[in-house]
Ligand binder design. Structure first.
Ligand code: FHN
Length: 460
């Protein structure tokens, strides 16, 4: 059985929608814009801002939650939080090093926070002096330096921009401790929120699309109070200024691709373009106390799992206030990068699994997950990706022997291990084709076997 689902975003979570919904016919202009995105599969997310200074601690007290949410969690008044800018001096920041890391990691695009919910712009802005050039002793436009470094290495660059939440502005959403409750979503007249949108958020998005070369994508987030009309104004800005720039799935009106919830990997495949934003530990912005790193093996599994379902993996790093990407993050990323150097054919430009049973199954007992959805019981032994004439089976543990290739109508031409091109012997009996994986597996983290078949696509 082949599982392919359609999804909608509800809040920050992705849910499947029923098979009764007619699929929209693809828009050729959008599909063209998406071509690179569908191929690259793996990107680096960077959450960097003033919150890297407190790094999870305020006034000597540990503040729980995400590092970049400290202003909100500790209810820090604007006047207090603003003072962090006068201390922000990340003298170890080196844009070339960051791009080199993304390159070594096998990541093909970078998305960095240009302004997170705290309202502080990490770029020179004429619209608000609350920015890295005008308000810090550092005085350097780090986005410009990163854009130049990316251009040198052919690395695509996108900007995260918190369009709705801005805790620094009276009209921005989210800061209830300084400015009282947010306005309701249905108020039409020009209220402080629209004033903020017109006078800060929209002009800043224009600035981002003006001074930094071609921008791969704008990553909007948490679309609180974003009516379709408000969202459309941002979409129009992006489309009119850089028609090739992608819009993520969290603008509040239709973007170019689906964004899943944070760290959410859907159970099933989709033919729509989609992306999972994910943490490498448990925070986005740097927290000194978060050492809960995912292992290279876990990251590799998630990457292949996502690619086998047709998506992209946007994996986050949270640099320190000095401008350094934590060493454990670097080490993990480079280990995965070394694996990709050998096995990248199974990832870049590859399409989702033509099968589906390998992903797991829904609980036969009707159990529900924490969101009240049908509980999916994943299997993690192997995943498969495909290119014309080739299936890439990635094994994360030694497979049952012999391993049976799921039934296909195409004639199978042969099989080999991707890392060293060692041929594997295929046996076909009663219509079933099998091979034995040599033990121990060449790479215990993940070993890829390529099966070549006749024809471009799998027929079942
Ligand atoms: O609130 C943000 C959070 O800080 C982080 O930026 C993530 C990344 O996907 N987005 C929001 C929560 O979904």
């Amino acid at each position: 059985m082949r599982r392919v689902a359609s999804w909608i975003l509800v809040g920050a979570s992705l849910v499947t929608i029923g098979a009764t919904q007619a699929p929209k016919s693809p828009d050729p202009v959008k599909e063209k814009r998406l071509e690179w995105f569908r191929d690259v599969k793996y990107g680096m997310f960077i959450h960097w801002g003033l919150y890297a200074i407190p790094a999870g601690e305020w006034n000597g007290k540990r503040s729980l939650g995400l590092g970049e949410w400290i202003m909100n969690r500790a209810q820090i008044p604007v006047k207090e939080y603003e003072k962090l800018a006068t201390k922000f001096n990340p003298v170890k920041f080196n844009a070339d090093d960051w791009v080199q890391l993304a390159h070594d990691a096998g990541m093909k695009y970078i998305v960095i926070t240009s302004k997170h919910h705290d309202g502080f712009a990490m770029f020179k802005s004429k619209v608000s002096p609350y920015n890295i050039v005008d308000a810090t002793p550092f005085k350097r436009d780090v986005l410009k330096e990163l854009a130049d470094a990316c251009a040198k290495r052919n690395m695509r660059l996108g900007f995260y921009y918190s369009q709705s939440q801005d805790w620094h502005e009276p009209g921005g959403a989210g800061n209830t401790w300084d400015f009282g409750p947010d306005q309701g979503p249905d108020q039409k007249e020009l209220k402080p929120y629209d004033k903020y949108l017109r006078e800060k958020a929209e002009p800043q998005v224009r600035e981002l699309l003006t001074g930094y070369g071609p921008i791969a994508l704008i990553w909007f987030d948490t679309p609180r109070m974003m009516t379709p009309e408000r969202g459309q104004r941002f979409a129009d800005i992006v489309r009119s200024m850089q028609p090739n720039t992608l819009i993520d799935g969290r603008l509040g009106t239709e973007g170019d691709y689906r964004s899943t919830g944070d760290n959410v990997i859907p159970a099933e495949s989709s033919t729509e373009a989609w992306e999972t934003p994910a943490t490498i530990n448990d925070t986005w912005g740097f927290r000194a106390d978060d050492t809960n790193w995912k292992s290279p093996g876990q990251i590799t599994f998630k990457l292949i799992d996502i690619v086998s379902k047709g998506g992209n993996y946007l994996l986050n790093v949270g640099p320190t206030a000095e401008g350094v990407i934590p060493q454990p993050s670097q080490d993990i990323l480079r280990t995965v990068g070394r694996w990709l150097k050998v096995n990248g054919d199974a990832v870049y430009g590859a399409q989702h699994s033509p099968f589906g049973d390998e992903l797991g199954e829904y609980s036969a007992r009707g159990a529900k997950d924490v969101r009240g959805q049908k509980l999916f019981l994943p299997q993690t032994e192997w995943r498969v990706t495909t290119k014309p004439g080739k299936l890439y089976f990635t094994f994360f543990s030694e497979p049952r022997t012999p391993f049976e290739i799921p039934a296909i109508k195409n004639r199978i031409r042969g099989a080999y291990r991707l890392a060293d091109h060692a041929p594997l012997e295929l046996k076909t009996e009663s219509g079933k084709t099998t091979f034995n994986m040599p033990r121990p597996m060449l790479d215990p983290m993940a070993t890829v076997v390529v099966v070549e078949f006749e024809g471009e696509r799998i027929e079942r």
